[in-house]
Structures are given as C-alpha cells and as structure tokens.
Design a binder for this molecule. Sequence first.
Ligand code: HEM
Length: 171
Amino acid sequence: MGTIVSYISPANTGRTDDPDPATGLTSRDKYLVRTSWARIMKNSTDSGVALLTLFLKNHPEYLDLFPFKNVPLDQLSTNKRFRAHCSSVIYALASIVDALNDNELLIQLLLKTGSSHISRNVKAKGFKDLQDATVELFSAVMKPDELEAWKKTLEVAFGVILKGLVEGEKL
Ligand code: HEM
C-alpha cells in the first residue's frame, strides 16, 4: 500500500529531476504552472483585466498603442473593449500553458506572439515589462513554489517571444 502511494504521488505532482532538454522545465514546474493557472482561469476575464491594468498602470506609455487609449486608467476595468481585449490575451496565454508538454507547438505559439506584435509597434521592452508585471501580479496570488515555477516558465517563454519579435523585425 505504502509503495503504491509513494509510486503514484510523485507522478501526480511532477518530478523535479527531469528537466526538459529544450526548456529546462521539470515535470514539477509544469505541474505547478498548470494547476495554478487553472485558478487564474476560473475568472479568466477578470484575471486578464488585473494583469493588463497592472501593466498599464506601471507603464501608461503603452496605452497609446491601443484602441482604448482615450479611456482613463481608472475606468479601464469596466470598459467593454478593454475587457474583450483582456479576454483575448488571457486565452492566448492559456494556449501557451496548454502547450507546455508539446515543445514544437509551444515554440510556434510563442514565436507567433512575438512576430504578430511587430505591426502593432510593440518593442522588446514592452514584452519585458509585461513579464515583470506578470511576476508582480503572481507574487500576490501564488504560493512560493508556484511562483518560482512561473518565473522559470516566463523567462523561457518571453525569451522565445522576443526571438519571434526580433527575427520578424529583420524581415
Ligand atoms: C505574452 C504576451 C502577449 C500576448 C499573449 C498578447 C496577445 C494578444 C492578442 C491575442 C491580441 C489580439 C487581440 C484581439 O485582436 O482581440 C493582441 C493584440 C494587441 N496587443 Fe498583445 N499580447 C501580448 C503582449 C503585448 C504587449 C507587451 C503589448 C504592448 C506593449 C501588446 C499590445 C497589443 C496591441 C496594441 C494589440 C492590438 C489591439 C487592438 O488593435 O485591438 N501586447 N495581443
């Protein structure tokens, strides 16, 4: 009985000794990211609103890039256009989290996220600032081991996004 439990539980919560050769993420990292992300998705639009509001509060200079640029910061969270945008962004992030076990798909999604923002005039610093805002928000809602797994995952993910952006800019 004890043997069965000790055999099953590490598999359920992920191993810590199997870093993926391409990303460095272990099964445990992916488990922590996936399970904590499920909490975020319970209120997906509100979570997106929280993230993008924090991002734009920290960096109001990016507001100019968006069609809702004339909405005052303190009214953004109730603006329908802004909320719709936040919902699209959170579902784009959800497909990235969903692809954590499929490196080829993951890399294509991330490269596309970078390259699809070139025509929107987003630069590398914008993505870096969004990565920082994500860590800031997650610091308030994640447990320490979840936060560490997220930091690792975001570092890898934003690295590939930047590659998509920079390589696309050369075309
Ligand atoms: C992981 C990072 C990001 C993801 C997953 C993401 C996702 C998306 C998605 C899915 C859209 C299409 C929304 C729609 O058409 O409804 C979009 C549009 C856009 N994004 Fe991002 N985005 C990211 C980072 C950023 C950053 C860092 C900025 C600015 C600094 C930015 C600025 C924009 C702008 C200006 C649009 C066009 C909005 C519009 O015209 O309605 N995005 N993004």
